[in-house]
Design a protein around this ligand. Structure first.
Ligand SMILES: Cc1cc2nc3c(=O)[nH]c(=O)nc-3n(C[C@H](O)[C@H](O)[C@H](O)COP(=O)(O)O)c2cc1C
Length: 477
């Protein structure tokens, strides 16, 4: 199987999950249409063509995995019935994919569709592509939102792929925004500490699977293997001529250049996944673009953040929930029944359901969920509920909070924890910002859970009886 966006589009079209939009403007219209559409249930992927000021064929795709059908098909997962089912399938599959990483190193090939056009020297022009200005208060046009930024560790040679936002400064210069601790940043920092420039290759359009894997924390150097393990076949890569970095042979557009140690340009604000323009305009590393490779009729894969739910939210909810589920189990916290990172808050609002087995079990799960590799750097609330509550059903969760927790006893605050500059509540006046977490134990009190008032519900037997009898009146299936 090729890691080709064209094959993916055929799949989306066959699934009746692709809408084509001709004539939109890169200046705010593509962003606004994507932000409006993604909030609707079962939002299709949007393929923008004939973009204002650009030749037909220069396209932008958004909302590629913003619903159940597209996300599962992108990951080669056959049909499942609910969001919580999909979390459970990812929970089972992730360890299988991780165990198979060594079997799927990328396969080096001599050529591929990405080499259909090679722009170098005077021909290098980032503005040749319809990079959108996504939000009204963005500081410029962002060509990279659903991208895959490829770098190499100068010490170990490990190749990393991460999704980091890329702004177009001018024809030959792009901004590279990577927050501290990310692999791509560690790589350029190592080059810069030796006064060397860091080679960078940025794939701007590709099968959404590559973007989704690049956007999660996988062990350094294994993203191509990860994609291969999901596909069951190695990714085809080309050894890029100038940098030697392996670029996807089936990519739509790859930008290649150098991140110099001594130059920065202003970047930000940009509308971020929290729903705010939180990061300020800051001097930020750049990429001096030396070459651009692209297919005929190239497609930018966009993933614009917005006030949630946004393009990336559904996938992050499902995959993040599955990853956290596995982390809880791996760390010996038993009888977890479900985990849900809400689309509204993602890591900022985590809900865990469990069967309480011993005093302190619920708090143990909650505290762990505030401090593991997924949520340690930015979080806010963790709610723990009993096993009869569906964590993905916010009404049920709030009912449990309202009726099973006593604020005096069941809300704890952990203070002075790790924080992120993307946190909208971080004071503008300091860089040394700490954050706190609240845990809400919305389980029945452990000591007397068996005497807790019985909840009202229609029993399965009564449900069957009345719905059989009255289905025509209530128009039940
Ligand atoms: C849509 C999307 C956009 C992202 N944008 C950025 C970004 O601009 N900068 C950044 O540091 N991380 C960003 N991330 C998060 C990183 O992609 C993520 O932390 C990933 O694990 C980084 O790869 P690494 O762990 O190999 O460094 C984004 C993630 C997604 C899904």
């Amino acid at each position: 199987m090729k890691l080709s966006l064209r094959d993916w589009l055929e799949m989306a079209e066959a699934a009746d999950a692709l809408v084509r939009i001709d004539g939109a403007d890169w200046d705010l219209e593509i962003g606004a249409l994507s932000a409006i559409s993604v909030k609707r249930k079962d939002c299709p992927a949007l393929l923008f063509d004939a973009i204002k000021g650009y030749a037909p064929g220069y396209r932008v795709l958004t909302c590629s995995t913003s619903n159940h059908r597209l996300l599962s098909r992108t990951f080669n997962i056959s049909a499942c019935t609910s969001d919580m089912d999909l979390v459970k399938i990812f929970k089972e599959k992730i360890p299988q994919w991780e165990a198979a990483l060594k079997e799927f190193p990328p396969r080096i090939v001599a050529t591929g569709p990405v080499l259909e056009n090679v722009l170098s020297g005077m021909d290098v022009d980032l503005l040749k592509f319809p990079a959108p200005k996504w939000h009204e208060h963005d500081n410029g046009r962002y060509i990279g939102t659903g991208d895959a930024v490829i770098t190499r560790d100068p010490d170990t040679g490990a190749v990393n792929i991460g999704t980091y936002r890329i702004k177009v400064h001018d024809k030959k210069t792009a901004a590279l925004f990577i927050t501290p601790g990310k692999h791509g940043r560690l790589h350029y920092e190592k080059y810069h500490s030796r006064a060397e420039r860091c080679p960078v290759a940025i794939s701007i359009g590709h099968h959404p699977l590559l973007f989704r894997v690049a956007g999660i924390r996988t062990p350094e150097g294994c993203e191509y293997n990860y994609v291969g393990a999901v596909q069951g076949e190695p990714v085809r890569v080309i050894q890029e001529e100038i940098t030697g970095l392996p670029i996807p042979a089936d990519s739509e557009i790859v930008i290649v250049g150098w991140c110099p140690p001594d130059k920065k340009m202003p970047e930000g604000p940009f509308g971020e996944w929290t729903g705010y323009y939180a990061s300020r305009e800051e001097p930020t590393p750049i990429v001096e673009v030396e070459r651009i490779y692209h297919r005929n009729r190239p497609i930018i894969l966009g993933a614009p953040p917005s006030r949630p739910p946004h393009d990336a939210a559904y996938c992050r909810t499902i995959m993040g929930s599955a990853l956290l589920y596995n982390e809880l189990l791996k760390n010996g916290i038993p009888d977890i029944q479900g985990v849900w990172l809400s689309e509204a808050g993602l890591e900022l609002l985590i809900i865990i359901s469990l069967i309480q087995r011993y005093p302190g079990h619920a708090r143990q799960a909650a505290l762990f969920a505030t401090q593991n590799r997924l949520s340690a750097s930015l979080g806010r609330y963790v709610i723990v509920v009993d096993e009869d509550i569906d964590p993905s059903n916010i009404q049920e969760v709030l009912w449990a909070v309202c009726t099973r927790s006593d604020p005096e006893k069941d809300i704890d605050i952990v203070r002075r924890l790790w924080a992120s500059s993307l946190d909208p509540i971080a004071p503008r006046s300091t860089r040394d910002y700490f954050s706190s977490r609240a845990i809400i134990d919305a389980c029945k009190p452990f000591e007397w859970k068996d005497q807790f008032p019985r909840e009202i519900q229609v029993s399965p037997e009564l449900y069957r009886r009345v719905t059989d009898k009255w289905k025509d009146v209530l128009k039940l299936n």
